[in-house]
Design a protein around this ligand. Sequence first.
Ligand SMILES: [Zn+2]
Length: 454
Amino acid sequence: MQRIFAEKALTADGWQSDITITVNTDGMIDSISKTRTAQAERVGILLPAPGNLHSHAFQRAMAGMTEHKSPDPHDNFWTWREMMYRFLDHLTPEDVESITAFAQMEMLEAGYAAVGEFHYLHHQPDGQSYADIAEIAKRIIAAAGNTGIGLTMLPVYYERGGCDNRPLTGGQRRFGNELESFARLVDGIGKYSGYRAADSVTGIAPHSLRAVSADSLQQLAQMLPRAPLHMHIAEQIAEVEEVRAVYGARPVEWLLANQAVDARWCLIHCTHMTAHETKALARSRAIAGLCPVTEANLGDGIFNGTGFVESGGQFGIGSDSNIRISLSEELRQLEYSQRLRDHARAVLARHNMSCGRLLFEEAAHGSAQALGRNSGMIEIGRIADLLALDVNSVALAGCEGDEILDSYIFAGDDSLVTDVWSAGRHVVRENRHIEHEKITANYRRTMTDLRSKL
Ligand SMILES: [Zn+2]
């Protein structure tokens, strides 16, 4: 049993002072009380640690490689994707494990306790599967075993190059499966002996309406009937147009009309929706998986956060391309994108809730639902996903209640995060992951070697 004493904590009942939380050996919150005990780990400000609901870990290694002008006069998402495919020609399973461990370490140090890994890099560069079809999936699971991050593994189904059923080419060949081989992959993940943490979850991720046919989508939705279902949707205008040309409806519109979209679903991006789609998605209880830093980096567009929140929609945050891994920056970027578009301030604040409080609690609750994880609140019986902020930081001087979250997100950054527990695993202490040096040295070797091959 661990004991954590917090000077201030944001619990399911609101802000409390001087409380002790006990965490049992299963990584669950066992009690919350006003008692003080000498044996407790002492922290300043304790918060429920959100999960990162959308990551492609290997893309961390490409960060900074695509910021120059390409020969294409209109450099955009699609030229970035070409670069990503070329990069894939060089990645080995060992590289993926090293990069993933580094990205997960950064996620933990940023305050995320868990990650949904939207995993589509399955095969060798020529498209042949490895001797074990789950080889790379197991590398990701092994990395999570080393970093201690809570893992929701989301194996991705990818079967075609576009809505017109064109075949996969080039770098895409590493992603492809048929339903039969995909079932073997999912089975291999579930049976992997390294995948034993009690808080591990396996979901299913049909890549997108571009990459998955309507018939396959129907079968994938039934494959693990209660598990999380994640899908990219409406990130790019060209994608919306491609879907509309073939399906006669916009992506979100079509999906809501043709699938029983409910709380199991997490729709990644949802950048381009009409007002009607925005309201309908909010009513569905699906989570909108927003990735504000990546969406800005790729020039995707601006999500209709105001309309979605006003309609009662729930969202969570993902680091997606991992161009930069920062929880506070994702939340700030989301709010600032709305302000820049609307020429307004405090756009996502509600009458009884500041911007910081709304952003932070949505991220915590939305990611818990999307990752199939009983976390997101400091409450007895929940998974102990916790983060502590430095109460002595000058950014938080004199702050009380929701001002703590506003100052952390808008005036501070991730350097305020002193400690993180993932399902009770105390892996970040004094601002650093407990294996920081080793994981970083390994990643440095991997990157030096990879860059020499490009
Ligand atoms: Zn993505």
